[in-house]
Design a protein around this ligand. Sequence first.
Ligand code: AVJ
Length: 320
Amino acid sequence: RPPAYATSRLARSHTAHGGFARDFVEGLAAHPRRLAPKYFYDTAGSALFDHICALPEYYPTRTEIGILRACSEDIAACIGPGAQIVEFGAGSVLKIRLLLDALHSPAGFIPIDISGEHLHAAAAALQRDYPAIPIEPVVGDFTAPITLPACPAGARRVGFFPGSSLGNFEPDDAIRFLRHAAENLHGGGMLIGIDLVKDPARLHAAYNDAAGVTAAFNRNVLVRAQRELGAELAPERFAHYAFYNAPLRRIEMHLVSETSQRIVVLGRRFDFTPGDTLHTENSYKYTIDDFRELARSAGYSPGACWCDPDRSFSLHWLAM
Ligand code: AVJ
């Protein structure tokens, strides 16, 4: 390939991929090395995440779906009639179906996701099944300021943030995100799913599945860097390493170099010795009381909270 191709590929990745090139290089230059978890979600990564959600060890998805099913009437009563729902990180847009079935005359649905191809396919399938509800997908990064389609006159805008994705934020950033979301929602309220502190063995298993899907999901960010940035690296020489950091109440995911090796990307070189890490994700767990306190400090009034019988996972109604 002529060099011009490499240049245009880089230019494209700066714009269309939310600064992956810049953040990948900056993250490798940092101490300790790190990368934001939003970069997991290219088309392959979104498919791997869907696979994770179906794993026997990964309890959050099926537990949250169980709560949504069991409590849909109570939840719909909190949201109220005629609401426009905005979902942050909508992925395959499956959980919203349970809500849409229970809501009274929803005014519209705006799924936001960073994984454009995946989002458009999922939103089109949803629109076929719910022809009467206006569905307006927005491809974008919800951790940055984002412009949303208008809210129909007289409709209340309500946020939906399932899956405990808030856990990817540092607690201070979680408060900042919730404050910004409140501005976009103009007082409508938020339904949010939060994974709870529990037996570390159960947490550990959920992020170290026997089939190795979480490992492939973690390494996929390196495969993506090869493809999109032309990075020279060997994904298979990095081990998936996930553990529960009990004092900080978070799962940490890392990629650990198994050999002495070098990543060459965009004219920069990064040397790894065996055991050197790249920190790819934090997934904070909360107690119900601590989460309600965090929501209060972001300016919300926590209302009802719904849990499964084992108290593995929680759904919270946050009024404003
Ligand atoms: C989508 C951020 C909620 O933290 O459990 C799953 C992502 N990472 N397995 C989580 C994830 C590894 C997931 N969230």
